[in-house]
Ligand binder design. Structure first.
Ligand SMILES: Cc1cc2nc3c(=O)[nH]c(=O)nc-3n(C[C@H](O)[C@H](O)[C@H](O)COP(=O)(O)O)c2cc1C
Length: 127
């Protein structure tokens, strides 16, 4: 399937609630993933999950952010039309001012070709 290679300036943002339900996605995320914002809001974030991604990468993501730490990692995502794209993602836990509502924010940029090759090789060795 077709790979979309991010451009230098691409910056994909999405926000979820505590269960990983999408609350917001910016234009770059929508365009590259191939969805409208309306199609994404309210959906679980695994809507863009690619089957090549190891389960343990997401376990690590969730273990990290639920401990109020920032997670970084390489992610291969699926587009609506069955293509894929690689990102380098940073996921932040966020609280509102009263520390009542917790959300998560992911910011993604273009990884280098070498980083993609390395992540791809590593992920084939993970469950
Ligand atoms: C803020 C945030 C952003 C996420 N972004 C992605 C993403 O781009 N792609 C992805 O496959 N999973 C992403 N996840 C993880 C998903 O919630 C989910 O754990 C993952 O897709 C694995 O799906 P599964 O739990 O159904 O196996 C994100 C989670 C959070 C909290």
């Amino acid at each position: 399937m077709d790979e979309y290679i991010l451009r230098e300036g691409d910056f994909l943002v999405s926000q979820t609630d505590e269960r990983g339900t999408i609350l917001f996605a910016n234009d770059d995320f929508c365009k590259i993933a191939g969805y409208t914002l309306e199609e994404l809001i309210g959906k679980p974030h695994n809507i863009v999950r690619h089957e090549d991604m190891p389960k343990s990468a997401f376990e690590d993501l969730w273990n990290t952010v639920t401990q109020d730490l920032v997670w970084h990692g390489y992610v291969k995502n699926k587009t609506k039309n069955g293509g894929f794209y690689w990102v380098y993602a940073t996921v932040y836990p966020l609280y509102d001012e009263e520390r009542q509502i917790k959300t998560y924010l992911s910011c993604r940029r273009k990884p280098s070709e070498a980083e993609i090759t390395e992540a791809q090789a590593l992920y084939t060795t993970m469950y």
